[in-house]
Design a protein around this ligand. Structure first.
Ligand SMILES: [Zn+2]
Length: 312
């Protein structure tokens, strides 16, 4: 399985359009010791020809253009084509689903999501109707937490990639009406994903983890490569930077630091690689000259960058 990290930042990207935090300021004037990043996006493939997206980032257009394998190939006079076969949606967050609307050109695609996430998008947000104007456009498959499912190409061929989702968060995005929320299943709000490659290797993708419990520990430990929630360094990070706002925990993210943080709680994992992803622009570990960056690297973690790829 080929794994590509197309985007590694949390919602808003880095720098973020309306942010003048120390990190965003420094990256704009070129004094930052580190890299800018687009909003989180993973692409996976078993054969390097058929690709599946994990999430659908608002930055997908530029991410596709900077990734030769994801660009269309013209053949026999056909100019409309995409190696992208579909997307696995783990939640209904705007920065996780907006990219679907960028792929509305009548291209056959498969979408995998819980019934709750699908209902939010298709029943409450009429713009997503653009993805279902013709029969063979976007075809939905239901994700049931804990049940395995395979990823299929739009032509109906098994990609060889097998997935299993775990329920991680129970909160829906703020744009989902209170009335709609009462009709949804809370356990379908936010998922982590385990992808098994044809060779039996495991990728765990957990970009939004509210707390580290025994299930998260077990799944993380049995992965060969772990892509884990690196959104915030500290619980009160946004409050410190902007003077007000929500805590990391209130936003559904366990912080990296502190005794309950992922650095401490996941210190003894067996996996080959553990990589922080979905990193907010305010996170001090983005600065490669910072003590926080050093601490993370010394603990054996990597900090994802756009354009990384590996085989599993
Ligand atoms: Zn910022």
């Amino acid at each position: 399985m080929q794994v590509k990290i197309l985007g590694s930042a949390a919602g808003g990207g880095f720098p973020q359009w309306n942010c003048a935090c120390p990190n965003c300021r420094a990256v704009r004037v070129g004094t930052f010791h580190g890299k800018a990043r687009t909003q989180a996006q993973i692409a996976i493939s078993a054969d390097s020809e058929h690709w599946f997206l994990l999430g659908a980032s608002p930055d997908l257009r530029s991410q596709i253009e900077s990734t030769p394998e994801l660009r269309p190939r013209a053949a026999d006079g056909v100019t409309r084509h995409s190696p992208i076969c579909g997307a696995v949606l783990l939640n209904a967050d705007i920065d996780h689903v907006l990219g679907l609307l960028l792929m509305r050109e009548l291209q056959p695609l498969n979408a995998y999501a819980t019934l709750s996430v699908r209902r939010i998008l298709t029943e409450d947000n009429s713009m997503f109707g653009m993805l279902q104007r013709i029969d063979r456009q976007l075809r939905w498959s239901e994700i049931v937490p804990e049940e395995s499912f395979s990823l299929f190409t739009p032509a109906g061929n098994d990609s060889g990639l097998r997935c299993r989702a775990l329920s991680l968060g129970i909160h829906y995005p703020a744009f989902v009406s209170r009335r709609r929320q009462t009709e949804l299943t809370r356990q379908e709000a936010s998922l982590g994903l385990i992808v098994e490659s044809p060779s039996g290797k495991r990728l765990a993708y957990m970009p939004a983890v509210p707390r580290i419990d025994d299930v998260v520990l077990k799944e993380a430990n049995s992965a060969d490569v772990l892509l884990f929630d690196g959104t915030f360094w500290s619980d009160d990070e946004l409050i410190q930077v902007q003077g007000s706002g929500a805590t990391a925990k209130e936003m559904g993210h366990v912080p990296v630091s502190s005794p309950i943080g992922s650095l401490a709680q996941l210190a003894h994992l067996q996996c080959l690689r553990k990589i922080y992803i979905h990193i907010n622009n305010t996170n001090p570990m983005l600065d490669e000259a910072s003590p926080e960056h050093r601490q993370v690297r010394d603990a054996g973690w990597e900090i994802a960058e756009d354009g990384w790829q590996f085989e599993l």
